[in-house]
Design a protein around this ligand. Structure first.
Ligand code: ADE
Length: 227
């Protein structure tokens, strides 16, 4: 059972991603709980203020220390977090090994930045891990958090109906997944590779491995160079 708390100024952005398909099933089965928390609940004044201008000037607003610290500390009163994650383009780039590792933890707290990000002191004081989902800038951490939660959530044992299917995903062996086919065997003259129709599991396995190698070599040669 995994619990993921997410602090955000735009909780509505996270309504959709966890309400359908595999993430919904994970929650329905009691294997995953995702709770979003509106940072404005911890706003410092009547104006529901959670952000302010950056010291030193410059464009954009910065999420303030007090609301974030109060939110984190309140949540910590009922949950002990294995990781407090801040979603940020200057974090460590998210990949499958990170997803695998995170899926083995129990309680995660994810902080979504917005505007120019969060006050550095919150990062220094509370955050234990900083994650980027790629070298581009999103308008907030919410979509990035949704990506991370989805990638982790499907790895929790029991979430996928076919337990082995996560193991055959792309990237699990530093290899891309092979091509897949379903019926019909002949679509507009384009035929499914004969070997998949012959019913010899060993041959199918060898063929898939060959295809994985070939795909990785042509599309992502960089994956061979890793560890
Ligand atoms: N927030 C804004 N851009 C982001 C990114 N690329 N990854 C994670 N969080 C972000």
């Amino acid at each position: 059972m995994m619990t993921i708390d997410i602090i955000t100024v735009v909780p509505a952005l996270l309504d959709g991603p966890f309400s359908h398909s595999i993430m919904k099933r994970a929650q329905d089965k009691g294997l995953l709980t995702v709770r979003t928390h509106n940072l404005r609940k911890w706003a410092i004044n009547k104006h529901a203020q959670v952000d302010d201008y950056p010291f030193g000037g410059g464009a954009g607003m910065v999420l303030m220390c007090e609301p974030l610290a109060n939110a984190i500390e309140e949540l910590q009163q009922t949950t002990t977090y294995d990781a407090i994650i801040y979603m940020t383009p200057d974090g460590k780039t998210f990949d499958q090994p990170m997803a695998n590792q995170l899926s083995m933890l129990q309680n995660l707290l994810i902080i979504c930045g917005h505007y120019k990000g969060i006050d550095q002191r919150i990062r220094d004081q509370f955050v234990t891990m900083e994650i980027s989902i790629g070298d581009y800038v999103l308008s907030g951490g919410e979509l990035a958090a949704a990506v991370v939660v989805d990638a982790i959530g499907r790895l929790i044992p029991g979430v996928l109906s076919d337990e082995t299917s996560a193991l055959t995903d792309s990237f699990q062996d530093n290899l891309l997944a092979p091509p897949v086919y379903t019926r019909p065997a002949d679509f507009r003259g384009m035929k499914v590779p004969e070997i998949l129709l012959q019913g010899d599991p060993k041959k199918v396995e060898d063929w898939r491995f060959e295809q994985s190698l070939e795909r990785t070599k042509t599309r992502r040669p960089d994956l061979f160079k890793e560890d």
